[in-house]
Design a protein around this ligand. Structure first.
Ligand SMILES: CC(C)=CCC/C(C)=C/CC/C(C)=C/CC/C(C)=C/CC/C(C)=C/CC/C(C)=C/CC/C(C)=C/COP(=O)(O)OP(=O)(O)O
Ligand SMILES: O=P(O)(O)OC[C@@H](O)CO
Ligand SMILES: [Mg+2]
Length: 231
């Protein structure tokens, strides 16, 4: 198990609102992926999060809760990822919800386990884009958000999010050149080994989500595609 996030290359993001068999979960957790992130935008409840956490805990793999709902936070995860949506048009999604949460949880927060994520969401069809009222940034905007994530906010993670659609590899390349200290996560529309390899050339970590539920076999193959040089 590797708990060093800046050494991760591949993670699966599981949606607690979606069904998964025990056999599938075992294959994912033992695939060689670096971590399991539990998160999503819709239908997130404490019950479905705890259920999935309990099932993932059978395996020796880091398990992360990516917080999207204030009333669905539970102890027991290795890490808590907290999004700040940099291209939201509402301050609420950049810092106000987080500010409210700090008032409630400050005493319980162990900063060795918490990573703030600077999100830039680029797919207007994504639920997260719509929920957080994002505006669509151009290339220069995106690169500037990445720069701000590293040099102004000193965030541990910059997350380029195309959730549900495959992004622009040239832009991912340009963003990667902007980041040195901040770990660069790319997520969105990775459904094949080839796409995983393409985005991994630029991003530090690639995130595979929806294809787990639409084409399980192909999703599983994305791990070996980015890790085969290391084994
Ligand atoms: C009890 C305990 C152990 C406490 C530990 C202390 C702790 C960790 C406290 C947390 C404190 C804190 C600051 C919490 C913040 C709470 C919060 C609600 C923040 C808001 C996060 C946010 C901006 C959410 C908006 C939506 C978003 C960006 C979600 C990220 C995940 C994402 C993009 C999922 C992909 O969704 P998508 O694919 O579009 O949609 P589907 O779900 O349909 O796939
Ligand atoms: O679901 P997909 O499109 O694979 O995206 C993964 C992740 O970035 C979603 O938050
Ligand atoms: Mg999803």
């Amino acid at each position: 198990m590797n708990y060093k996030i800046n050494e991760w290359e591949h993670v699966f993001k599981l949606d607690p609102a979606k069904e998964m068999t025990d056999e599938q979960l075992e294959l994912l957790c033992e695939s060689g992926t670096d971590a399991i992130i539990i998160g999503g935008t819709d239908g997130i409840t404490l019950d479905n999060i705890l259920d999935l956490l309990y099932r993932v805990r059978r395996y020796a793999i880091p398990c992360v809760l990516e917080i999207s709902e204030l009333d669905a936070i539970s102890p027991g995860f290795d890490y808590y990822f907290i999004p700040m949506v940099l291209n939201s048009t509402e301050k609420k999604w950049l810092m106000d919800i987080q500010h409210e949460a700090i008032k409630e949880y400050k005493e319980m927060m162990n900063w060795d386990e918490i990573m703030m994520e600077g999100y830039c969401i680029l797919n207007p069809e994504a639920k997260a884009y719509q929920k957080t009222n994002c505006s669509l940034p151009d290339e220069e905007d995106v690169i500037s958000y990445a720069f701000m994530a590293e040099h102004i906010f000193h965030l541990p993670i910059f997350y380029l999010e195309y959730s549900g659609s495959y992004g622009d590899p040239q832009l991912v390349d340009k963003v990667s050149r902007e980041l040195e200290e901040t770990t660069f996560f790319y997520g969105g529309g990775i459904t094949t080994a080839k796409q995983a390899q393409e985005m991994k050339q630029y991003a530090d970590v690639i995130v595979v989500g929806n294809s787990i539920y639409s084409n399980f076999k192909a999703a599983l193959q994305t791990v070996a595609a980015v890790k085969k040089d290391k084994t």
